[in-house]
Design a protein around this ligand. Sequence first.
Ligand SMILES: [Zn+2]
Length: 423
Amino acid sequence: MQKRGDFKELASKSLCPCESGKQYRSCCKGKEFKWECNKKGDVRKVVKVYSELMDEIEGHQKKVEEAFGRKVNNDERIFNSVSIKDLDNDFIRIGRKAGIPEMYLYATYKTGITVTEYNKNQFSDKDLNDWQAAINEFEQLTSENNFEKGKINSVTFYLFVHQQLECTINKVFEYLEIGISKFLSDSNTYDIEWKNFKVVDKKTYIEYCLFKTLKNIDASRLLMNHAHTANAYATVRFIFETYLNLFVYTRDHELYEQKLKPLIGLELDTFEEVIGNHGKPIKNKFREIATGTIYKTDMPIKILAETAAIESPAIFEVYKDLFEDLSGYVHVNLTLAKNYFSINDLYNELDENLFAGFLSITFAYLQLYEVSKLDYVTSQSNRDLAFLSHKIGEEVLDVLILLKADGENPLYSSLEQVIRFYR
Ligand SMILES: [Zn+2]
């Protein structure tokens, strides 16, 4: 006996569920899928699954069964975790890398389906019409007529911005790797075992900063390529922090003596921890052994930014515009969580993921600029690093001009001023 929840194929003379307005028999019936319904009135589309996909599904099902230690039920959902919009964005990003013509990616973005020569019989006529309409729309939007008339729409604009950004970022990532590795090698750390590396003076501190940044841009590149936007922003924060430290401690000798030297002194046994009443070391408090003087080494990032801003005022603007916002990404703040999990609309917005990559290369190359002025590196090395950072600066400024066309954002102007400080 059929239960109310049991599905069976729709009757031929029923109205087709694909919204064509036609009867099922003269519409979707006979294609490579079936419309089914049950007595409760639920309707579902049943499609044939190719063997490769079936293998994937069965593999996933096995993992779910292993995880829960039981068989899954017949009608149980086994793919629960992913958001469709996220998958669509991944599809667009991967598709672009694989060289799939943009019009098909756009059609997937618009319709939520992907039609190919092999699967076209699995779609209703209405789906196929929507698919074709989206392709036509894309061709219309990107047609040369628009340019002749001086019209530019968001799809064309963002496609161009994405291309430029991606191209610049990838090129600069490589420049940075070459530049920073050269600095580290010229600075006599060529053969160093980083595991045993000790910060014992200002020179080694600077090397440590640049080494950290080398690691961070590597991470940043990976995160960007996998569209882990939130984590990419967290890495931007590390790179910016390192830039601030480098900027302040190479200029402000007194601050270096107060805040950094005690920490370095711990390595050299010239400083010691201060023990509190509870018998444990007090955080950020150290005593110089020779003089008995106590130093407090805590240095809030805001104070660092304020100190740097004495010389390059826009740095504090960047800190305000960017850093306070980024905190929302780093320490997931409930009120900002929506932002944290927001999903880009790749045809109407700047890809945040690429923007994070852009910020990474900007704060990393500024560090290269900083060290190109240091006197203990060879003069050839100084010239090389100055040349390279100048060249990267040109690229970065070009991107900023493009971003400004995207709309007013105070961050763009303050970033530009921070860069111009060096020119
Ligand atoms: Zn139909």
